[in-house]
Design a binder for this molecule. Structure first.
Ligand code: PLP
Length: 406
């Protein structure tokens, strides 16, 4: 367990034991050379986050560079449209670079710098983590190498251009489905070839320890801010908090603020893609089994050979066959529940939020909006749903225009 000296304290249910396990999930299932590097990273992380200058620098960058705290917004027209509960949005889309990913990237790059590394390496799906990492690396003068599937490169073109402009080296990955999982494998291989000079800066609460804990810690700022802001604005807590789940970093960030509030229901929303009764989805919690992927244990979607399956979602940042170990543990402990919405429901929510509130959400975040819209109508008007709007949808506009008729 980590002792935290600043105001972003974490609840025990979201912290690992000494083996990096959250209940039975997580761990550091990897070969000795990588395990040794990760042990060093873990020790460095636990040490550095307690240092006053690290805490002060994170605070300064969050406020003056990212624009935190991100506001809470009452989406009145969307709520009226649904009828029933009031829908509120935590506006992570307003962060510099347009998503929650900058929260952990600043922490990871600051950490890399403190550990004397020259370069950060990572994977990206929707390109938001890649852009955020390239941004943090430019800010702190480190080299940055981003691995991205060829399918995602085509789909998320604006983010690819942004990464290049920010000075990152882009490595296209064409193996397998050419999406997020293959990008993670490729980035880990590149890191193994340059362990001395580089740090692997993963993009979600996935991977071997200490990554789930580390990314969860840096993202917990979302939930802690949100709880305080919501109480101040309404005098009470929301009845439900809702966030989309790819690897699960924005959801963990939001849930962290409410872990001591048993009455606040925590709901993660996964991609049901073309339907849970088809093979084309990425609903790890709804359809997965306990297994291993990329160095840790979690719920995972496997193919007939027992390998991580090739999964599908309209949102590149959600098409991952595994999920963070914290989420696997929260689900099995009945501390959070997980639901799924389809590509079609996601697109409808994307258009509804754009047209009713003038906010174009990321396709990933649109999953959470879609689920909130679905449940709001069955809740009374004096109840509230707080949705984590994890990112903005500028990157998705050309793709969406191809899919919908206006
Ligand atoms: C805007 C946005 N939201 C959510 C996600 C999913 O990641 P996570 O589940 O780690 O929050 C992504 C991933 O790229 C993203 O870009």
């Amino acid at each position: 367990m980590i002792e935290i000296k600043n105001s972003y304290g974490l609840h025990a249910s979201t912290l690992p034991n000494k083996e990096g396990l959250f209940g039975e999930f997580g761990g550091k299932i990897t070969h000795p050379e990588l395990a040794k590097a990760l042990d060093e990273l873990e020790a460095g992380f636990h040490e550095i986050i307690k240092e006053d200058d690290f805490i002060a620098e994170m605070k300064r960058l969050r406020e003056t560079y990212v624009g935190r705290p991100s506001p809470i917004y009452h989406a009145k027209r969307l709520s009226e449209h649904c009828g029933g509960a009031q829908i509120y949005l935590k506006r992570e889309d307003l962060n510099h670079t347009g998503a929650h990913k900058i929260n952990h990237c600043l922490g990871e790059v600051l950490l890399a710098k403190k550990l004397g590394k020259k370069k950060v390496i990572a994977e990206t799906g929707a390109g938001q983590h890649g852009v955020a990492l390239a941004t943090a690396a430019a800010l702190m003068g480190l080299e940055c190498e981003i691995h991205m599937g060829v399918v995602d490169i085509k789909k998320e073109h604006p983010n690819v251009s942004r990464m290049k402009i920010l000075g990152a080296k882009l490595v296209p990955v064409s193996q397998g489905a050419g999406t997020l999982k293959e990008a993670v494998d490729s980035a880990f291989d590149a890191y193994l070839n340059d362990i001395e000079n580089s740090m692997f800066a993963i993009g979600s609460v996935v991977g071997p320890a200490p990554y789930p804990e580390m990314v969860g810690y840096f993202q917990s700022v979302i939930g802690h801010e949100a709880r305080e802001q919501f109480l101040k604005a309404t005098g009470k807590l929301p009845n439900k908090v809702v966030a989309c789940v790819g690897g699960g970093s924005n959801a963990m960030g939001m849930f962290s603020g409410f872990m001591t509030d048993a009455d606040v229901e925590k709901i993660g929303v996964e991609p049901a893609g073309e339907g849970l009764d088809t093979p084309n989805h990425a609903a790890t919690m709804s359809k997965g089994v306990k297994g291993e992927i990329q160095g840790f244990k979690c719920y995972v979607l496997l193919d007939e050979k027992g390998e991580p399956a090739q999964v599908h979602s309209i949102a590149s940042g959600l098409d991952y066959p595994g999920v963070g170990p914290q989420h696997s543990h929260l689900r099995d402990s009945n501390l959070a529940t997980y639901e799924a919405v389809t590509d079609k429901e996601c697109l409808d929510a994307f258009m509804a939020l754009s047209r009713l509130e003038g906010i174009i959400p990321a396709l990933e975040s649109s999953h959470a909006v879609a689920y909130a819209m679905k449940i709001a109508k069955d809740m009374p008007e004096n109840e509230a749903i707080l949705v984590n709007l994890s990112g903005r949808g500028d990157k998705d506009i050309d793709f969406v225009l191809d899919k919908v008729t206006l």
